[in-house]
Design a protein around this ligand. Structure first.
Ligand code: HEM
Length: 149
């Protein structure tokens, strides 16, 4: 069976693709900060937060609540799928919340307040990378067999 014939795999692949775009936005945003283009850095991070939230609310929360929790977490809490999905979900929720806070407290105004939040930004991007890595791991666990067939 190919990815295109499996609706779950298709939705997950769409989500993964958007997450990879988010990863590129984070890397691009970081490179803008290194070039001291702070306003553009803030705008790139804003775009990353918006895309992240769209995927979280449209795909991840429904699939977590309807499939992963009843199918894996409740029957086998310490299993690999439960652990990977819980780390992914908690880190993703934390990164999203911190991202919303950083962008909302800036609101495209002056940059003074942003400089004071440098430490939180470093934490946000770190937690975000952890979430993305565990998301890729989860996708691989679920769909590797289909991808290889
Ligand atoms: C999801 C949101 C954001 C993430 C993940 C993020 C990430 C980062 C990272 C990793 C750094 C480098 C920190 C370091 O060198 O230790 C940084 C620096 C910086 N960011 Fe952000 N950022 C975000 C939002 C924003 C926003 C909304 C602004 C406002 C324009 C902003 C302005 C800055 C500034 C001015 C610096 C330089 C701070 C300094 O070197 O003193 N960032 N950001």
């Amino acid at each position: 069976m190919s990815l295109l014939n499996n609706p779950f795999a298709l939705i997950a692949t769409t989500s993964l693709t958007i997450q990879i775009i988010v990863l590129f936005l984070l890397l691009y945003g970081y490179s803008l900060k290194r070039k001291l283009r702070f306003r553009q850095h803030g705008i790139a991070m804003f775009a990353a937060v918006v895309l992240h939230l769209v995927v979280v609310f449209a795909i991840m929360i429904p699939s977590f609540v309807l499939a992963v929790i009843p199918g894996y977490v409740i029957p086998n809490f310490s299993g690999i799928i439960s652990v990977v999905s819980l780390v992914h979900a908690v880190a993703g929720a934390l990164a999203g919340s911190l991202g919303v806070w950083l962008v909302a407290s800036w609101r495209f105004r002056d940059l003074k307040g942003c400089f004071k939040k440098k430490r939180f930004m470093l934490w946000t991007i770190t937690v975000w990378f952890i979430s993305l890595s565990f998301g890729v791991a989860l996708y691989t666990i679920f769909y590797w067999a289909i991808l290889m067939s």
